[in-house]
Design a protein around this ligand. Sequence first.
Ligand code: FPP
Length: 224
Amino acid sequence: MNLLKHVAIIMDGNGRWGLKNKNSRNAGHKAGLKTVEKIIKATIRNKIKHLTLYAFSTENWKRPKKEITYLFDLLENFLISRIEELHKQNIRLKVIGIKNFSTKLNNLLSKSEKRTSKNTKLQINLALNYGSKFELINAFKNLKKNKDKITEKNISKYLLTKNIPDPDLLIRTGDTKRLSNFLLWQLAYSEIFFEKKLWPDFNEKDYIKIIKKFKNIKRNFGNI
Ligand code: FPP
Protein backbone atom coordinates (compact mmCIF):
# COMPACT_ATOMS: atom_id res chain seq x y z
CA MET A 1 0.00 0.00 0.00
CA ASN A 2 1.29 3.44 -0.93
CA LEU A 3 1.85 6.01 1.77
CA LEU A 4 -0.05 9.22 1.19
CA LYS A 5 1.66 12.28 2.60
CA HIS A 6 0.58 15.00 0.22
CA VAL A 7 -2.58 15.59 -1.82
CA ALA A 8 -2.77 18.51 -4.26
CA ILE A 9 -6.09 19.60 -5.71
CA ILE A 10 -7.14 21.72 -8.68
CA MET A 11 -10.60 22.75 -7.50
CA ASP A 12 -12.20 23.28 -10.89
CA GLY A 13 -15.83 23.79 -11.78
CA ASN A 14 -17.11 26.42 -9.36
CA GLY A 15 -18.16 28.82 -12.09
CA ARG A 16 -20.07 26.19 -14.07
CA TRP A 17 -21.76 24.87 -10.92
CA GLY A 18 -22.83 28.38 -9.94
CA LEU A 19 -24.26 29.18 -13.37
CA LYS A 20 -26.11 25.86 -13.53
CA ASN A 21 -27.57 25.97 -10.04
CA LYS A 22 -27.83 29.63 -9.01
CA ASN A 23 -27.32 31.59 -12.20
CA SER A 24 -24.15 33.17 -10.82
CA ARG A 25 -20.50 32.10 -11.02
CA ASN A 26 -19.82 33.63 -7.61
CA ALA A 27 -22.43 31.39 -5.98
CA GLY A 28 -20.28 28.53 -7.25
CA HIS A 29 -17.23 29.92 -5.44
CA LYS A 30 -19.27 30.22 -2.24
CA ALA A 31 -20.36 26.59 -2.57
CA GLY A 32 -16.77 25.65 -3.43
CA LEU A 33 -15.60 26.98 -0.08
CA LYS A 34 -17.96 24.57 1.68
CA THR A 35 -16.29 21.71 -0.20
CA VAL A 36 -12.90 23.05 0.91
CA GLU A 37 -14.01 22.78 4.54
CA LYS A 38 -15.28 19.22 4.05
CA ILE A 39 -12.10 18.11 2.31
CA ILE A 40 -9.90 19.63 5.04
CA LYS A 41 -11.77 17.55 7.64
CA ALA A 42 -11.51 14.39 5.54
CA THR A 43 -7.79 15.02 5.01
CA ILE A 44 -7.24 15.14 8.76
CA ARG A 45 -9.32 12.00 9.29
CA ASN A 46 -7.12 10.21 6.76
CA LYS A 47 -3.94 11.39 8.51
CA ILE A 48 -2.57 13.11 5.41
CA LYS A 49 0.07 15.69 6.32
CA HIS A 50 -0.10 18.09 3.36
CA LEU A 51 -3.03 19.45 1.38
CA THR A 52 -2.27 21.89 -1.43
CA LEU A 53 -5.22 23.78 -2.87
CA TYR A 54 -5.07 25.76 -6.10
CA ALA A 55 -7.21 28.74 -5.13
CA PHE A 56 -6.01 31.47 -7.55
CA SER A 57 -3.55 31.23 -10.43
CA THR A 58 -1.40 33.95 -11.99
CA GLU A 59 -3.73 33.59 -15.00
CA ASN A 60 -6.91 34.12 -12.94
CA TRP A 61 -6.23 37.90 -12.94
CA LYS A 62 -7.77 37.86 -16.44
CA ARG A 63 -11.24 37.27 -14.88
CA PRO A 64 -13.78 40.07 -14.43
CA LYS A 65 -12.95 42.36 -11.51
CA LYS A 66 -16.26 41.52 -9.83
CA GLU A 67 -15.37 37.83 -9.65
CA ILE A 68 -11.82 38.49 -8.42
CA THR A 69 -13.11 40.81 -5.69
CA TYR A 70 -15.68 38.21 -4.66
CA LEU A 71 -13.04 35.48 -4.39
CA PHE A 72 -10.73 37.61 -2.26
CA ASP A 73 -13.61 38.72 -0.02
CA LEU A 74 -14.51 35.07 0.45
CA LEU A 75 -10.93 34.29 1.41
CA GLU A 76 -10.74 37.28 3.78
CA ASN A 77 -13.93 36.23 5.57
CA PHE A 78 -12.73 32.64 5.72
CA LEU A 79 -9.48 33.68 7.38
CA ILE A 80 -11.17 36.06 9.80
CA SER A 81 -13.78 33.52 10.88
CA ARG A 82 -11.78 30.30 10.75
CA ILE A 83 -8.12 30.86 11.50
CA GLU A 84 -8.40 30.41 15.29
CA GLU A 85 -10.33 27.19 14.78
CA LEU A 86 -7.71 25.91 12.32
CA HIS A 87 -5.02 26.87 14.82
CA LYS A 88 -6.77 24.98 17.63
CA GLN A 89 -6.92 21.93 15.38
CA ASN A 90 -3.13 22.11 15.01
CA ILE A 91 -3.36 23.04 11.30
CA ARG A 92 -0.66 25.11 9.63
CA LEU A 93 -1.55 27.48 6.81
CA LYS A 94 1.05 28.38 4.24
CA VAL A 95 0.66 30.49 1.14
CA ILE A 96 2.51 29.43 -1.99
CA GLY A 97 2.43 32.30 -4.45
CA ILE A 98 3.14 36.00 -4.46
CA LYS A 99 1.18 38.00 -1.91
CA ASN A 100 0.36 41.12 -3.89
CA PHE A 101 -3.27 41.56 -2.92
CA SER A 102 -4.83 44.40 -0.91
CA THR A 103 -2.84 45.44 2.17
CA LYS A 104 -5.64 44.01 4.30
CA LEU A 105 -5.53 40.57 2.65
CA ASN A 106 -1.72 40.50 2.54
CA ASN A 107 -1.57 41.24 6.28
CA LEU A 108 -4.28 38.74 7.06
CA LEU A 109 -2.46 36.02 5.14
CA SER A 110 0.88 36.80 6.81
CA LYS A 111 -0.77 36.90 10.24
CA SER A 112 -2.49 33.55 9.61
CA GLU A 113 0.78 31.97 8.46
CA LYS A 114 2.60 33.28 11.52
CA ARG A 115 -0.14 32.26 13.95
CA THR A 116 -0.18 28.68 12.69
CA SER A 117 3.50 28.28 11.84
CA LYS A 118 4.30 25.80 14.60
CA ASN A 119 1.32 23.50 13.95
CA THR A 120 1.99 19.93 12.92
CA LYS A 121 -1.20 17.95 12.26
CA LEU A 122 -1.89 19.12 8.73
CA GLN A 123 -0.24 21.75 6.53
CA ILE A 124 -2.58 23.47 4.10
CA ASN A 125 -0.64 25.03 1.26
CA LEU A 126 -2.86 27.60 -0.34
CA ALA A 127 -1.72 28.31 -3.89
CA LEU A 128 -2.65 31.94 -4.37
CA ASN A 129 -1.45 34.07 -7.23
CA TYR A 130 0.57 30.97 -8.03
CA GLY A 131 2.05 30.04 -11.40
CA SER A 132 4.51 27.23 -11.93
CA LYS A 133 6.41 28.86 -14.81
CA PHE A 134 6.95 32.02 -12.78
CA GLU A 135 8.08 29.89 -9.84
CA LEU A 136 10.62 28.01 -11.99
CA ILE A 137 12.03 31.15 -13.64
CA ASN A 138 12.42 32.68 -10.21
CA ALA A 139 14.19 29.57 -8.93
CA PHE A 140 16.66 29.57 -11.85
CA LYS A 141 17.37 33.29 -11.35
CA ASN A 142 18.19 32.67 -7.67
CA LEU A 143 20.28 29.67 -8.54
CA LYS A 144 22.33 31.82 -10.93
CA LYS A 145 22.58 34.73 -8.51
CA ASN A 146 23.96 32.48 -5.77
CA LYS A 147 26.19 30.57 -8.22
CA ASP A 148 24.65 27.27 -7.07
CA LYS A 149 25.11 24.09 -9.06
CA ILE A 150 22.12 23.06 -11.17
CA THR A 151 20.90 19.96 -9.36
CA GLU A 152 17.44 18.61 -8.56
CA LYS A 153 17.96 19.33 -4.89
CA ASN A 154 19.08 22.93 -5.50
CA ILE A 155 16.20 23.69 -7.86
CA SER A 156 13.70 22.35 -5.30
CA LYS A 157 15.35 24.56 -2.67
CA TYR A 158 14.43 27.72 -4.57
CA LEU A 159 10.84 26.77 -5.31
CA LEU A 160 7.94 28.18 -3.31
CA THR A 161 7.34 24.62 -2.09
CA LYS A 162 10.74 24.44 -0.36
CA ASN A 163 10.54 21.92 2.52
CA ILE A 164 7.21 20.54 1.27
CA PRO A 165 7.34 16.97 -0.07
CA ASP A 166 6.19 16.56 -3.68
CA PRO A 167 2.50 15.63 -4.02
CA ASP A 168 1.86 11.89 -4.15
CA LEU A 169 -1.57 12.50 -5.60
CA LEU A 170 -3.13 15.22 -7.74
CA ILE A 171 -6.89 15.49 -8.08
CA ARG A 172 -8.53 17.79 -10.61
CA THR A 173 -12.30 18.10 -10.52
CA GLY A 174 -14.50 19.66 -13.19
CA ASP A 175 -14.04 17.16 -16.01
CA THR A 176 -11.01 18.91 -17.52
CA LYS A 177 -7.72 17.19 -18.16
CA ARG A 178 -4.91 19.70 -17.89
CA LEU A 179 -2.40 20.98 -15.32
CA SER A 180 -3.04 24.73 -15.78
CA ASN A 181 0.46 25.85 -14.76
CA PHE A 182 0.21 24.06 -11.39
CA LEU A 183 3.29 22.51 -9.70
CA LEU A 184 4.84 21.41 -13.01
CA TRP A 185 8.14 20.41 -11.38
CA GLN A 186 6.64 18.93 -8.21
CA LEU A 187 4.10 16.71 -10.02
CA ALA A 188 6.77 14.84 -12.02
CA TYR A 189 5.89 11.49 -10.37
CA SER A 190 2.47 12.14 -8.86
CA GLU A 191 -0.52 9.94 -9.58
CA ILE A 192 -3.16 12.04 -11.33
CA PHE A 193 -6.92 11.59 -10.99
CA PHE A 194 -9.33 13.57 -13.15
CA GLU A 195 -12.77 13.74 -11.60
CA LYS A 196 -15.90 14.47 -13.62
CA LYS A 197 -17.78 16.18 -10.79
CA LEU A 198 -17.62 19.96 -10.42
CA TRP A 199 -15.78 21.05 -7.25
CA PRO A 200 -18.90 22.08 -5.25
CA ASP A 201 -20.39 18.60 -5.88
CA PHE A 202 -17.21 16.76 -4.87
CA ASN A 203 -17.58 15.13 -1.46
CA GLU A 204 -15.79 13.02 1.13
CA LYS A 205 -17.01 9.77 -0.46
CA ASP A 206 -15.50 10.74 -3.83
CA TYR A 207 -12.28 11.74 -2.09
CA ILE A 208 -12.01 8.45 -0.16
CA LYS A 209 -12.66 6.47 -3.36
CA ILE A 210 -9.70 8.20 -5.05
CA ILE A 211 -7.49 7.73 -1.97
CA LYS A 212 -8.28 3.99 -1.93
CA LYS A 213 -7.45 3.68 -5.64
CA PHE A 214 -4.23 5.63 -5.11
CA LYS A 215 -3.15 3.36 -2.26
CA ASN A 216 -3.41 0.30 -4.49
CA ILE A 217 -1.52 1.63 -7.51
CA LYS A 218 1.79 -0.05 -8.25
CA ARG A 219 4.14 2.93 -8.23
CA ASN A 220 7.36 2.09 -10.06
CA PHE A 221 9.13 5.45 -10.32
CA GLY A 222 10.73 4.27 -13.56
CA ASN A 223 11.67 0.88 -12.14
CA ILE A 224 9.76 -2.31 -13.01
C1 FPP B 1 -11.86 27.16 -10.35
O1 FPP B 1 -13.19 27.05 -10.80
C2 FPP B 1 -11.84 27.72 -9.02
C3 FPP B 1 -11.19 28.85 -8.66
C4 FPP B 1 -10.40 29.67 -9.61
C5 FPP B 1 -11.25 29.37 -7.29
C6 FPP B 1 -11.22 28.35 -6.22
C7 FPP B 1 -11.87 28.91 -5.02
C8 FPP B 1 -12.62 28.23 -4.12
C9 FPP B 1 -12.77 26.76 -4.13
C10 FPP B 1 -13.37 28.93 -3.04
C11 FPP B 1 -12.56 29.78 -2.19
C12 FPP B 1 -11.45 29.06 -1.54
C13 FPP B 1 -10.79 29.54 -0.49
C14 FPP B 1 -9.67 28.76 0.08
C15 FPP B 1 -11.18 30.81 0.15
P1 FPP B 1 -13.64 27.91 -12.05
O2 FPP B 1 -14.26 29.16 -11.54
O3 FPP B 1 -12.51 28.06 -12.99
O4 FPP B 1 -14.75 26.97 -12.65
P2 FPP B 1 -15.20 26.87 -14.17
O5 FPP B 1 -14.17 26.03 -14.86
O6 FPP B 1 -16.51 26.17 -14.06
O7 FPP B 1 -15.30 28.26 -14.72
